[in-house]
Design a protein around this ligand. Structure first.
Ligand SMILES: Cc1ncc(COP(=O)(O)O)c(C=O)c1O
Length: 369
């Protein structure tokens, strides 16, 4: 991994100079959020500490009465709802039990039995880790000096690949690739290579879904765009994700599905439908998230902790200014963040409520070396 100290510092100062550290204020909704019952502050899985919307809870309760029924119809209602929201035909939408299932199906459809999948590294590795268990080959391409996808290097690596996986924004870095650059890159790929864009965190970005490639699937048949209800919708425990793609690609992915497409609880499907009807909740989450993200950024800058400016609900940072046992020490104090065996010296903290983030910051400060 080519991390340069100079670039880290530049990233941090650019963020300050561009005035991104604006305190968005505290809304009623923000005050009502709470810490998990176990007492642990969970900042290691990029979940949404404010979710889900009250609409979702009501829908789960009401739809639980239909638990004796298979969810055929409900599935279609959700597909139609997503189709209507984004203006993409229903036959271009595939539902999954979280976007994890979409990653599984795509990895198998295009990677299993000797296929090649290319991705940047570091990235969210789930699809590739799974597909390599089914005889796929995984080619990892280093990020560029500014922690962005290196599209030239990816293009070279993708020449004989069946699929290229791009997490945009990229987990764990939090960086967003520019829409037109990404689209040009997809168009430059061989006609036999599928571009899989994982937009799990897209709704958190400054431009929100305006930066999405979803609509491009209508003119580019080799494109799959995955989304999830786990992140901005705050429904990680309900397991609903989806993909946009040409029906031919959807057919290939469905081939690896056990069938019936009813592997999501009827309550989760109703919850997702209700979630789409509370767009204000998404706005509130986005605002609360950027407020705490700015707060963490300000503290890191004060402490001279180098971090990657993030467009998501997590921040990737360098741990050298802290006690080497930072992650373990925080865990002892019930604050869980994430580190990576293959990325020593770095860690990722997910955003939480202001109360949770204040605790994280005060504990982290006490572990400054
Ligand atoms: C980039 C990315 N894609 C997909 C997922 C899977 O999310 P889910 O299966 O909950 O939709 C995650 C989860 O953290 C993620 O970070």
């Amino acid at each position: 991994m080519k991390f340069s100290r100079r670039n880290w510092l530049r990233s941090a100062s650019t963020m300050t100079a561009s005035g991104l550290f604006v305190n968005a204020g505290i809304s009623k909704f923000y005050e009502n959020s709470h810490t998990p019952k176990t007492g642990e502050i969970i900042l290691n899985s990029n979940e949404n500490a404010w979710g889900p919307s009250p609409n979702v809870l009501k829908a789960i309760q009401q739809s639980s009465l239909q638990s004796n029924r298979y969810p055929w119809q409900t599935r279609q209602i959700l597909i139609d709802r997503i189709s209507q929201l984004e203006g993409i035909p229903a036959d271009h939408i595939l539902l999954g039990a979280g976007s994890t299932e979409i990653l599984q199906l795509a990895g198998l459809a295009f990677g299993a039995h000797g296929g090649t999948i290319v991705s940047s590294y570091p990235t969210f590795p789930l699809m590739m880790q799974h597909a390599t268990g089914f005889n796929a080959k995984w080619i990892k391409v280093d990020l560029d000096r500014n922690f962005n996808h290196d599209f030239e290097a990816l293009k070279k690596a993708a020449q004989n690949a069946q699929l290229i996986y791009i997490s945009n924004p990229n987990n764990p870095l939090g960086t967003l690739s520019d829409k037109s650059t990404l689209l040009d890159f997809c168009r430059s790929l061989p006609s036999t290579t599928i571009a899989f864009i994982d937009e799990a965190y897209m709704e958190f970005t400054d431009q929100g879904l305006k930066s999405s490639l979803a609509k491009e699937i209508l003119s580019y048949p080799n494109l799959i765009v995955a989304r999830t209800f786990s992140k901005i919708y705050g429904m990680a425990g309900l397991r609903v994700g989806y993909a946009y793609a040409h029906p031919d690609l959807i057919e290939k992915m469905k081939h690896y599905h056990i069938g019936f497409e009813i592997n999501m609880p009827i309550t989760s499907l109703h919850a997702a439908i209700a979630a789409t009807e509370d767009q204000q909740f998404l706005q509130d989450c986005k605002q609360a998230n950027s407020s705490v993200r700015n707060k963490v950024g300000r503290s890191f800058t004060d402490w001279k902790v180098e971090y990657v400016p993030s467009q998501t609900n997590f921040i990737y940072f360098r741990t050298e200014r802290f006690d080497p046992a930072l992650v373990e020490l925080l865990a002892k104090h019930q604050v869980l963040i994430r580190d990576y065996a293959d990325q020593p010296g770095y860690a990722r903290v997910s955003m939480g409520t202001e109360e949770q983030i204040d605790i994280f910051l005060s504990k982290a400060k006490s572990f400054l070396a």
